[in-house]
Design a protein around this ligand. Structure first.
Ligand SMILES: O=P(O)(O)OC[C@H]1O[C@H](OP(=O)(O)OP(=O)(O)O)[C@H](O)[C@@H]1O
Ligand SMILES: Nc1nc2[nH]cnc2c(=O)[nH]1
Length: 188
């Protein structure tokens, strides 16, 4: 199972963003081509591992949580909302500072309310900066985060986020970059 995802991740080109080794893959970048079979496998994986019965909303982070959340939403009929990099200035908007291995910026949370039961879906967790900031902001808004899904865990990202948020992070593949090449393990 997930052999296609493994092969695709293993063949990811690695480019430099400053000193940071950044792998490029359809799951995490939308390039090269994303095939529907891969999206279906990701949806099946999430549905098998997560009890979605009590989940009101899927929450994702722009940009590369959006295609995954769209596929999951179409299948499960659970609506989703996007944490955007754009400020709208809507009432109740919450700004969150995001820092990754290669970027820093604000993210903006809208249309989430105290008591919402959500899952957070993103493509990859690496330094853990994004998911830690987002999930701790959601917790401070009294939103119940049932689980965090990051399809790819890179380096120690999963452990970092679990330690910083006390919420379980579900991942499908572990990826390390060694001597400029992606080394991949499927975790199912
Ligand atoms: O664990 P971290 O080190 O925080 O990295 C993970 C984040 O990096 C990427 O987002 P990015 O901000 O590059 O935006 P994108 O989704 O638009 O590519 C990715 O989609 C995650 O949200
Ligand atoms: N595509 C991609 N996104 C990331 N987000 C954090 N690290 C990475 C990476 O290496 N590749």
């Amino acid at each position: 199972m997930f052999e296609k995802i493994k092969e695709s991740l293993e063949s990811s080109p690695v480019v430099k963003k400053g000193e940071y080794d950044y792998f490029v893959n359809p799951i995490t970048d939308g390039i090269p081509l994303m095939y529907p079979d891969v999206l279906e496998e990701i949806v099946a994986f999430i549905k098998e591992k997560v009890n979605l019965n009590n989940v009101d909303k899927i929450v994702c982070v722009e940009a590369m949580g959006i295609h995954l959340s769209t596929a999951l939403s179409l299948d499960t009929r659970i609506p989703f909302v996007v944490i955007r990099k754009r400020k709208y200035g809507l009432p109740g908007e919450i700004a969150v500072f995001q820092e990754t291995g290669y970027s820093k910026q604000n993210l903006y949370i809208n249309y989430l309310n105290p008591g919402d039961k959500v899952i957070v879906v993103d493509d990859v967790v690496s330094t853990g900066g994004t998911l830690t900031a987002v999930v701790n902001a959601l917790k401070s808004m009294d939103i119940e985060v049932e689980v965090i899904v990051a399809i790819v865990e890179k380096y120690d990202g999963k452990e970092i986020v679990e330690n910083e948020t006390n919420i379980k992070v579900l991942t499908l593949a572990k990826l390390d970059i060694i001597n400029g090449k992606p080394i991949v393990e499927i975790l199912d």
